[in-house]
Design a protein around this ligand. Structure first.
Ligand code: GH3
Ligand code: MG
Ligand code: MG
Ligand code: MG
Length: 299
């Protein structure tokens, strides 16, 4: 069972309603079941509903099960959904195709209900563990935003996308002002609380689907904005600074009286700069924002 005790959601894909009926009856009622009758619908459903597991027929009109599986494995949004093939093809060539397409398991019809339920249970358990491991590997333990490791991967992916499309993406380096003095006045634990609050408000302040916030280190956060040039990044930076200031976290050691941050902005169309140059540019501008007053951005 998923940790939040919600029922796991299973999508049954089969062009024949009788098969959907049989599988539904075979599955025990700890699952939340959905069904579609084509590969095309399966892809659309997975993109919008992200089921926990898919039971996939092979032969279907339009997109067949193997093709649908390949497509799902190619998309980052659906890549991690385990796909169990349930098919009338018992031959080994068909099995090979399912494995090659990225399926996690293969069952032949008629399916033994007990076997089906056991296989599903173990795939769901494995998925949950994998998700948890991935979360731990990519999330900052203190603030729950992405960590540096994920930031590095995300930025690299963004650069590749941008190289292909020719569109700009922006990087914002945000650093809390006078944070050493905050710790000195209020203690390290209060400092940790402050970091959590700031991380949360940064995350809430970016709106577009690909916008990304990570803890870069210490009291410094990185924000990646896909499909965004300097002008767009300035709008976001203005909002980030205002939202942090408006948190109103008292800070006796700051001339502003409340916790504020400074931002350095850099943008790239993927072609000219290396990622290190992009980060260096944002860092340099952050430094200027600091030395020329703080609670501001430099672009
Ligand atoms: P500036 O306005 O120039 O950025 O000054 P600053 O004091 O914010 O910068 P400085 O780099 O001198 O100090 C950063 C402080 O952030 C020092 C460090 O102890 C604190 N810090 C880094 N990580 C954590 C953390 O995880 N928790 C807490 N409470 N403090 C942290
Ligand atoms: Mg079929
Ligand atoms: Mg600082
Ligand atoms: Mg710093």
């Amino acid at each position: 069972m998923p940790k939040n005790a919600e029922k796991a959601r299973i999508l049954i894909v089969d062009d024949e309603p009788i098969n959907i009926h049989v599988l539904s009856n075979a599955l025990n009622d700890t699952y939340n079941l959905f069904a579609v009758t084509s590969g095309r619908e399966a892809i659309a459903f997975c993109m919008t509903h992200a089921p926990d597991l898919v039971l996939m027929d092979m032969d279907m009109p339009d997109i067949n099960g193997v093709e649908a599986c390949k497509t799902l494995k190619e998309k980052s949004e659906t890549h991690d959904i385990p796909i169990v093939f349930v098919t009338g093809h018992g031959d080994s060539d068909a099995e090979d195709k399912c494995w090659e397409a990225g399926g996690v398991d293969f069952l032949t019809k008629p399916v033994n209900a007990n076997t089906l339920n056991h296989r599903i249970k173990s795939h769901l358990a494995l998925k949950e563990l994998t998700d948890e491991l991935r979360r731990m590997a990519y999330q900052d333990g203190l603030t729950q935003v992405s960590n540096r490791r994920y930031f590095d991967e995300y930025l690299l992916r963004q650069q590749k996308l941008s190289q292909r499309s020719g569109s700009f993406f922006a990087l914002l380096m945000f650093d809390i002002d006078f944070f050493k003095s905050y710790n000195d006045h209020y203690g390290h634990l209060a400092g940790d609380d402050c970091l959590r609050l700031v991380a949360k408000v940064l995350k809430q302040s970016v709106e577009r689907p690909g916008d990304f916030v990570a803890r870069f280190g210490g009291e410094e956060f990185a924000v990646v904005l896909p499909e965004t040039d300097i002008a767009g990044a300035i709008l976001v930076a203005t909002k980030l600074l205002a939202n942090v200031r408006e948190l109103g976290i008292k800070h006796k050691g700051s001339p502003f009286g409340v916790v504020t941050g400074s931002i350095g902005i850099a943008a790239s169309d993927g072609s000219k700069k290396t990622l290190q140059e992009l980060i260096d540019t944002a860092d340099r501008r952050l430094y200027v924002a600091k030395t020329s007053g703080r609670d501001q951005f430099i672009s």
